[in-house]
Design a protein around this ligand. Structure first.
Ligand SMILES: C[S@@+](CC[C@H](N)C(=O)[O-])C[C@H]1O[C@@H](n2cnc3c(N)ncnc32)[C@H](O)[C@@H]1O
Length: 224
């Protein structure tokens, strides 16, 4: 059974092109995973379709109300599914986490907005909280898109060439090496000689050295 993902958001149209284009779009069209996007306002019950309210205790902004989000999750959840809230104070997304999620059968992704969501949603219908990085987005829809894209790469068949996964940043705790394609000479800039040599051992050695160099410069924490 392909992985099924339900996304709950106040901005469903933000995902239209993300899910239709490129490798992710092809993976969905080929049936390697299925993604359904739901408008949280479908679960509001008043005539204004109210999804948020002022925070108890005061403070700026608005907080997403518990009723629509909890009703939405209860409507789409299945036994054993993983219910995830995208939030900057969640567990940081990593390749290992993306890979682990790619092996699940059903994910429910909740996107927040405004100042976040009522804590009772988190306490009752959320199994895991995930952050896509130490910065704050205006809402969680793009975070859900990032999570789906990152995990889809681990689903067999989504990347045409399975081996392209093995030479990526982070898979060996190193960042990726520089890539070049034709033409070999462009505006006076030449492709490094070794890449044109056909000597695969030397190419591997050169690439590994560039990976270490780049990682030391940009992400020394990965080398510890
Ligand atoms: C403005 S943020 C709320 C931030 C919250 N007040 C805080 O400081 O943790 C609105 C929504 O965007 C999403 N979001 C923002 N940054 C995110 C991140 N780095 N990772 C995942 N989701 C994020 C969450 O769903 C959140 O509910």
């Amino acid at each position: 059974m392909p992985l099924k993902i339900d996304v709950l958001t106040l901005f469903p149209r933000m995902l239209d092109s993300v899910l239709a284009e490129s490798i992710l779009g092809k993976g969905i069209a080929a049936g390697h995973l299925g993604v359904s996007v739901h408008d949280l306002r479908a679960w509001t019950t008043d005539k204004h379709r109210t999804a948020d309210d002022r925070p108890f205790g005061g403070g700026a902004g608005m907080v997403m109300k518990p009723e629509p989000a909890i009703a939405a999750i209860e409507a789409v959840q299945t036994p054993g599914c993983r219910r995830i809230y995208l939030t900057p104070d969640g567990t940081p997304l990593s390749p290992a986490l993306a890979e682990e999620l790619s092996r699940q059968q059903h994910l429910v992704l909740l996107s927040g907005h405004y100042e976040g969501i009522d804590q009772r949603i988190r306490d009752t219908v959320i199994d895991q909280e995930i952050s896509i990085g130490d910065y704050v987005l205006t809402n969680g829809t793009l975070a859900a898109a990032v999570l789906i894209d990152a995990l889809a790469r681990f689903i067999p068949g989504v990347l045409g060439e399975e081996k392209s996964l093995t030479h990526e940043s982070f898979t060996s705790k190193l960042l990726d090496f520089p890539q070049y394609t034709r033409p070999a000479e462009y505006r006076g800039m030449s492709v490094p000689e070794v890449l044109l040599s056909g000597n695969h051992a030397e190419i591997e050695k050169w690439r590994h050295a560039r990976q270490v160099e780049k990682t030391r410069l940009v992400r020394p924490d990965l080398l510890k």
